[in-house]
Design a protein around this ligand. Structure first.
Ligand SMILES: [Zn+2]
Length: 171
């Protein structure tokens, strides 16, 4: 028993640093493939992807950022969010594709983050009561775009993957 426990501890403590470079490269490759020719490898020549803890209060609880500098677009991914043990691969990919949406496809958010006025509030309320579809959301309550301002959960991603990819590259 003791030796099992010890070897288990060894496995946990020797978990290697995530290979961010490989993860990023694989995702970019997939992004290019899924774009069906809308983006090509050379579009990524100057793109920098950095993994670090995002602490900047200015960005609220942002888990990913894109700085669309024309000479060198920069993406920052929050390592704490990325490495959560329960994080699904599909969620990591969604975050990366969202930031690439900003930095490579020049897309902005489809929705604003906060309820800003009374009509937004009414719209929210009616949506929650099931009266009508809300702009920016699908009928089942999943966000309608990867460019939604908040990260999307794996349940929605898996359910609507084809729609999200199609929407991402065709808007
Ligand atoms: Zn964003």
């Amino acid at each position: 028993m003791k030796s099992i426990l010890l070897s288990l501890l060894f496995i946990i403590s020797s978990t290697p640093e995530p290979n961010y470079k490989k993860q990023t490269e694989d995702m970019i490759k997939k992004f290019i493939e899924l774009s069906e020719g809308k983006v090509v490898e050379t579009d990524f020549d100057n793109v920098v992807v950095i993994f670090e803890e995002i602490k900047d209060e200015e960005h609220g609880r942002a888990v990913g950022l894109c700085y669309p500098y024309p000479w060198q677009p920069k993406i920052v991914i929050d390592t704490e969010w990325w490495n959560k043990w329960y994080r699904a691969d599909s969620e990591r990919e969604q975050l990366m594709f969202h930031e690439l949406g900003h930095c490579i496809l020049n897309r902005e958010h489809t929705e604003k983050k906060e309820v800003e006025n009374f009509s937004d509030w009414i719209e929210n309320m009616l949506f929650e009561m099931g009266f009508f579809e809300k702009k920016g959301y699908l009928k089942d309550g999943c966000p309608s775009s990867y460019m939604h301002p908040y990260v999307i959960g794996s349940r929605c991603i898996e359910k609507h993957y084809d729609h999200y990819i199609e929407e991402l590259f065709n808007n």
